[in-house]
Design a protein around this ligand. Structure first.
Ligand code: PMV
Length: 354
């Protein structure tokens, strides 16, 4: 007997970043983070659970830009396969799964380049395994399990719209801490601040680099505390979290934009000043950041943010999307411009990968 399930889960772009963990093994973050769940950058994962014995099998579609291209599944690189097998083992123990799991996964966007493929990937894997073995998860459990993959941002990808993880909100004068009671294992789970239909924001992604980045976000979290700016940022974060949350609540783009752009620069300052330093930016990154400033000088409100990678996410309101796309398309070192926006979150699908 076998049972197959497919789920899609979107990536997300952090407005307030998760950077540094109080306990990296249990994925207990130093600070709450806030993100926008995307609509088009998704991972599709099919899981088949069968009674037959044998090792679990994991395949992936290496890189896809064209969804109409014939589907070719290959063995993933060992580092990726190892993380997936570790999470499968975790879910196996959690649900008491016996038998073999076959997994195939495909992204609709370049992996490991500042578009959170581990977030969408581990969210989709968690949901597809649960569905294949007949476990119905509430959102909090799905978010906790996704987080336990080791990718904290995956906890946010099981929720649509505007999302915060963990839910505990620090008071204005407190250094933020993760809520130990939330979610049981210390790192908590993600909650929705507002649904996708609350505010139609767009994310125009300038892809300047499609290869894998040199330093994983996991290593970044490990080094976070070595930056002299780390402690300083934590002190400023409660105010920033409140500002971003309020701007989302009131759909106040002129407050949200500058705040998220300066947050992204803070993240990269910490990365560049950690030991050893991490330079995610490429020359193209700086060109895009300059183009976004020049768009603003021309009266187009658009603001940049970057996760742990070279590619730039440009956030704007719908009526400015065309102007942003045109400006980014004209930059030589921009290899591709992806149009995305806020989305409703993961979904079950009948379109299996095998
Ligand atoms: O979830 P991780 O371990 O891949 O870390 C994500 C780190 C950032 O993307 C830089 C920030 C974030 O909150 O998504």
């Amino acid at each position: 007997m076998s049972h197959k399930a497919t789920c899609t889960a979107p990536s997300n772009i952090a407005f307030v970043k998760y950077w540094g963990a109080r306990d990296l093994d249990r994925v207990v973050p130093e600070n709450p983070s806030i993100s926008m769940t995307l609509r088009s950058c998704v991972t599709r994962t099919t899981v088949e659970h069968s009674d037959e014995g044998g090792d679990d099998i994991v395949l992936w579609r290496p890189e896809s830009v064209d969804d109409d291209a014939p589907l070719v599944l290959e063995e993933p690189p060992p580092s990726f396969a190892e993380r997936v097998h570790r999470h499968l083992d975790h879910l196996r123990r959690r649900f008491g799964i016996e038998g073999r799991l076959r997994v195939a996964t495909a992204n609709s966007f370049p992996a490991a380049a500042g578009i959170a493929s581990s977030a969408s990937g581990f969210a989709a894997l968690t949901l597809a395994v649960s569905a294949a073995v007949g476990e119905r998860l509430d959102v909090a459990t799905a978010s906790t399990l996704a987080r336990e993959s080791g990718s904290g941002s995956a906890s946010r990808s099981v929720v649509g719209g505007y999302v915060q993880w963990p839910a505990a909100w620090p008071s204005d004068d407190a250094v933020p801490v993760a809520d130990e009671e939330q979610g049981g294992s210390g790192g908590g789970f993600a909650v929705q601040l507002a649904g996708a239909d609350h505010w139609d924001l767009r994310d125009v992604i300038a892809v300047v680099e499609t290869g894998a980045k040199e330093t994983s976000s996991l290593d970044g979290h490990r080094r976070a505390r070595t930056s002299p700016y780390f402690a300083e940022r934590l002190l400023r974060l409660p105010r920033r979290l409140n500002t971003v949350r309020k701007a989302i609540e009131t759909r106040d783009f002129s407050t949200l934009g500058p705040e998220i752009e300066s947050e992204a620069i803070d993240l990269h300052c910490m990365a560049m000043t950690s030991t050893p330093p991490i330079y995610y930016w490429r020359p193209g990154t700086l060109e895009v950041l300059a183009a976004v400033r020049s768009l603003r000088a021309d009266g187009v409100p658009a603001f940049s943010t970057l996760d742990a990678g070279a590619n730039v996410h440009v956030i704007c309101e719908p009526h400015h999307e065309e102007a942003v796309v045109a400006r980014l398309d004209a930059i030589d070192c921009v290899r591709r411009v992806l149009r995305d926006g806020v989305g409703p979150g993961p979904a079950a699908s009948g379109e299996h990968l095998f």
